[in-house]
Design a protein around this ligand. Structure first.
Ligand code: ADQ
Length: 462
């Protein structure tokens, strides 16, 4: 069996990463089986003249190979090109995008250095799986180092329409380096279609059918592999005695008997201010819901060194304060805003305790919270998912109530529909949704991607 090498921007402490979910959980199994290796940045920064040596470790059967970044790399590659140029552009926020020549240089430099370190660890027949927008040129740099093994790429965020992608200076280069992969994976069929459309319209590319696309003298597979969760483990977490105790405490301490829950990293793509405005609108339009419903928004900080992230934090604090000031009473707090991460088991209990899951990103690659909300529900008395049509998850979760997150009134009305929906309709929607969440689970995502990579036609001379 060939060895799997996973490369992602950040290799976190495996124990912590597995507890907090995400990529680590998804890949843990595959990395533990065989002699897998997880490669990437160790999350530390060092001085320019410090040693940038690779650190090999073994934990829980998973081998990791990590390197630090210099402060300059961190600023140019990570904060700069990755998070101030690519992240906003791929999420259709050109108004927040900053393009600086030094960012691009840093991005290329770090990808080149990562490739040099990784190439030395690759053995014949290894399968290499690169993750996300930080590492788009990694395969091209690995090829420069002589690596001939199969390399796949999965983009966790949306691939924007060609108009937006071509706003990136050097977009032609960024598209061309994608063709050093054998398989390019996207979250949705519309992301894959956007990529193919860019290549056809701008690089004389050709869609050959069966998800094969040819350009720059190479043929690769560009296909959607929608990421999922492990629904059984989420359901179990939501139905433990501790989860029951969390739910009872929540009900006891609150005058409201209905909860609307939002859980997101504090990011401008997640539509958080619009969501709070929609909740305010709900209280304006339906005064009978006052004192009966509380909105809980859990939003831990991320990327605080990028200014757009501090702006959104201030905006949200202002909005939750003003809603509580306007509508709240001594015995009812309409909005509870929690600005930190909370344990996954508590989160699952809160999902289960909430009559509505409010997932309203302005753009999102997939959005796993939507799937976790569904997986946590009590099948006899399920809550209702209100889901932005701009989340990748909306392509599959069609029995959720779809909303346009830019339309405050529409979201408010959808929330009212969710909170007043008869149990028979709630069960019907839930039963269809849970079948989808179970089917497109994280194991299927991983296995279908790796199978596509293993069987991709390879043109290179070996
Ligand atoms: P994210 O933008 O981080 O991921 P999401 O898919 O919702 O978005 O995943 C977040 C994860 O973090 C979920 O598992 C959630 O439970 C957890 N989480 C969020 N807030 C938390 C909190 N306060 N405490 C504890 N855990 C919390 C990126 C893309 C997405 C894509 C994923 C996976 O932006 O579109 O779905 O990668 O590919």
């Amino acid at each position: 069996m060939s060895r799997l090498i996973v490369a992602s921007n950040r290799v976190t402490d495996i124990d912590k990463a597995v507890q907090s979910g995400g990529l680590a959980v998804a890949l843990e199994d595959a990395l533990q089986r065989g002699r897998g290796l997880w490669f990437g940045w160790d999350g530390t920064t060092v001085d320019e003249d410090a040693s940038l040596g690779i650190k090999l470790q073994q934990h829980n059967g998973i081998r990791t190979a990590t390197i630090p970044l210099t402060r300059r790399d961190y600023e140019e590659y990570y904060l700069g090109f990755s998070n101030r140029a690519l992240w906003p552009t791929f999420h259709y926020r050109l108004d927040l995008a900053h393009f600086e020549h030094a960012f691009l240089e840093g991005y290329r430099r770090v990808n080149q250095r990562l490739a040099q370190s990784l190439a030395a660890l690759i053995e014949p027949d290894d399968l290499i799986w690169v993750h996300d927008y930080h590492l788009i040129p990694l395969a091209e740099e690995l090829r420069q180092q002589g690596v001939k093994e199969r390399i796949g790429f999965f983009l966790h965020i949306p691939f924007p329409s060609p108009d937006f992608f071509s706003a990136i200076p050097d977009h032609a280069w960024l598209a061309e380096v994608m063709f050093a992969y054998d398989v390019a994976g996207f979250q949705t069929t519309s992301d894959a279609a956007n990529f193919i459309r860019y290549v056809v319209e701008n690089a004389g590319g050709e869609a050959l059918g069966d998800d094969r696309v040819r350009a720059y003298g190479k043929t690769i597979i560009a296909r959607a592999f929608p990421i999922g969760i492990d629904p059984d483990s989420v359901f179990e977490m939501a139905h433990t005695p501790e989860a029951d105790a969390h739910m009872a405490r929540l009900q006891r301490r609150s005058m409201a008997n209905m909860f609307v829950l939002g859980v997101d990293r504090l990011d401008y793509t997640k539509g958080l201010p619009g969501r709070m405005r929609a909740f305010r609108r709900l209280l304006e339009l339906y005064p009978d819901l006052r004192k009966r419903v509380t909105m809980m928004q859990i939003a831990p900080p991320t990327r605080e060194e990028v200014e757009a992230y501090t702006d959104i934090r201030q905006e949200l604090e202002g909005l939750s304060g003003s809603i509580n000031g306007e509508f709240g009473d001594f015995d009812w707090t309409p909005v509870r805003y929690i600005h930190r991460a909370i344990p996954r088991a508590t989160l699952a209990a809160l999902f289960r305790a909430s009559q509505a899951g409010l997932v309203t990103p302005l753009r999102d690659g997939m959005n796993l919270v939507a799937k976790e909300y569904v997986a946590s529900q009590d099948p006899e008395d399920p809550g209702v998912l209100v889901l932005s049509k701009f989340a990748g998850a909306a392509e599959d979760l069609v029995e959720a109530i779809p909303v346009n997150p830019y339309d405050t009134d529409e979201v408010a009305v959808a929330l009212h529909t969710a909170l007043t929906m008869p149990v028979a309709e709630r069960r019907e929607r839930y039963e269809s949704l849970i079948v989808r969440v179970r089917k497109n689970n994280v194991t299927r995502w991983r296995e279908t991607f790796l199978e596509a990579l293993r069987s991709a036609p390879v043109e290179r001379a070996s």
